[in-house]
Write a new protein. Structure first.
Length: 203
């Protein structure tokens, strides 16, 4: 069968990965070393992505684990800086998405993403509105590479695995999609994505 749909991860694909200064600035706000902030942030990110805690709960928990009991004002500042750090959409990625939409392909977004981010930017970043189907970890309670989250995407796009192309910047997530028969590729940049799409007859 031919390709009917193309789906993308958000952070690191549609948008640039978290800006380089964010972790340092959040560490400075909390009064801890940047390497420690990075560790506690990423070691606990999965429960945030699943929507099991909100931003206040996430930052309160990870900081209290290292002996810091942050007040609400600090927690809110950390959330704001964190959310801002993920909000820079790559204009070339958005251009590719718009081209695919104009060519008649269904579009999807599949992302491990937190509820606070969706609450703050879902309605303000136009790229979200270009999608025919969005599957967000915090809304479905599953994170990539869980098999179920890809199956939800296929269902919402109403296509078979071999009719979908998916791009992600994490190899583990790409492998999860490949295991279901999805045409999945490790994201490098929009130019390489175009080449991979062309090889599948998508242009």
């Amino acid at each position: 069968m031919g390709i009917k749909a193309v789906a993308f991860d958000y952070g690191g694909v549609i948008a640039f990965f978290q800006d380089a200064d964010a972790m340092r600035e959040m560490a400075d706000m909390a009064g801890i070393d940047e390497s420690l902030m990075k560790k506690i942030y990423w070691d606990n990110r999965s429960i945030y992505d699943q929507g099991l805690v909100d931003g206040l709960g996430f930052f309160k928990n990870i900081l209290s684990d290292v002996g810091i009991f942050a007040d609400p004002d600090l927690l809110e500042k950390l959330i704001v800086r964190d959310m801002e750090s993920w909000s820079h959409v790559n204009p070339e990625s958005e251009k590719l998405i718009r081209e695919l939409k104009a060519s008649g392909f269904k579009l999807g977004m599949l992302s491990n993403i937190v509820p606070d981010f969706l609450d703050r930017v879902k309605e303000t970043l136009p790229v979200f509105g270009l999608m025919d189907a969005n599957v967000f970890s915090c809304e479905v309670g599953r994170v990539k590479p869980d098999k179920k989250i890809y199956e939800i995407l296929l269902s919402r796009l109403d296509c078979n695995a071999d009719e979908l192309v998916y791009f992600d910047d994490v190899e583990l997530n790409v492998n999860g999609a490949l295991a279901l028969g999805i045409h999945a590729f490790l994201w490098k940049n929009p130019e390489e994505a175009r080449k991979e799409l062309e090889l599948l007859g998508v242009s």
